[in-house]
Ligand binder design. Structure first.
Ligand SMILES: [Zn+2]
Length: 329
């Protein structure tokens, strides 16, 4: 099956150049002080002339299986269920791409959404919530997400009130939408302390949010309760929990490996986290300082993750976070 045959493009995205792909998968994740704060403004995407601000983001819809697919634009990958009887989105990116998603979601035809599910609180996964809110029955997330969104907004240099989920759960959540069953589950603190995994059971498609970074150095949000040690066991639990033939949607991925995959991709990420913790633990035991430990340009043994030193290279942040975690435990 040629995936290109199934490629549905947003009307706003006439072509997908190599450069655009690079921008799509290679951009650093938006995180930190601005995570819950105001996001870039939407701009006109119609045909009435050139855009007033930034160029229209490159966006893409790709069907995967049984009315479930994914959307890429700017920020964390959006998963979707779009059937004649149900419409669900997993994550909302930013206001501008959320508006494009709602306009062009295949088969929506102006219908309201049954649910929006946030995999966690970060602004590049929830920044479009305000665009979805008027057209969705509910916004669902883990119980820790509303407080984490509000705390991130407070830390922002120009605080704005975020659109928080109205329906939360501590451990698991399940709902029938049309002829599909959607189940979400919280494991342990990992990327943050509010990450859930969403499973469209009949389609057998699993959205991991940022619990899996596919062949890129991950972001860990320690201020929001993220921990590498329990992230490692969470990733192992995911592989044990969901079927081996599930199609996975990841929050972020490298240009080469993309944002979908399966258990081998998840295990590759597991191996990186295990090696990172092993390396930092060994260096601490050898009496090295944090400055010495965080000096590596790239992590040996994982060439798929390697990127030039600079702002797009998060290895020093990973090493520092692992140091802080291990030195304090
Ligand atoms: Zn995130």
């Amino acid at each position: 099956m040629n995936r290109r045959d199934f490629l549905l493009r947003s009307g706003a995205a006439a072509s997908l150049s190599l450069l655009a792909r690079s921008a799509l998968f290679g951009q650093p994740q938006v995180i930190g002080p601005g995570s819950g704060g105001p996001q870039p403004q939407a701009h006109p995407t119609g045909t009435g002339g050139p855009p007033i601000q930034a160029p229209t983001p490159i966006t893409e819809f790709r069907p995967l299986r049984r009315n479930v697919g994914y959307f890429t634009g700017r920020g964390g990958t959006i998963g979707w269920l779009a059937s004649s009887t149900a419409l669900v989105a997993v994550d909302t990116q930013f206001p501008d791409t959320a508006a494009i998603f709602l306009k062009d979601l295949p088969g929506r035809n102006g219908r309201g959404m049954d649910a929006v599910i946030n995999t966690h609180h970060h602004g590049d996964h929830t920044g479009g919530n305000g665009i979805f809110k008027p057209v969705t029955k509910t916004i669902v997330a883990h119980a820790n997400v509303p407080a984490l969104m509000l705390a991130a907004a407070k830390r922002s240099p120009s605080p704005a009130i975020p659109t928080v989920p109205n329906e939360t759960f501590p451990d698991s959540w399940r709902h029938e939408f049309g002829d599909e069953t959607t189940a979400a589950r919280y494991f342990q603190p990992a990327h943050t302390s509010g990450d859930i995994v969403v499973h469209f059971e009949k389609a057998n498609v699993v959205h991991t949010g940022d619990l899996v970074f596919n062949r890129i150095y991950p972001v860990i949000d320690r201020a929001a309760g993220g921990r590498f040690q329990s992230w490692l066991t969470t990733v192992e639990a995911i592989v044990k929990t969901y079927p081996a033939d599930a199609i996975y949607i990841f929050g972020h991925g490298s240009q080469k490996f993309g944002v979908t995959g399966g258990h081998p991709d998840i295990l590759a990420f597991r191996d990186y986290v295990a090696a990172l913790l092993g390396y930092v633990g060994k260096e601490i035991k050898a009496g090295k300082t944090k400055d010495e430990i965080t000096k590596l340009d790239n992590f040996p043994g994982f060439p798929d993750l390697h990127v030039p030193p600079g702002p797009g290279n998060r290895l020093a942040g990973n090493l520092g976070a692992a140091y802080d975690e291990l030195a304090s435990s």
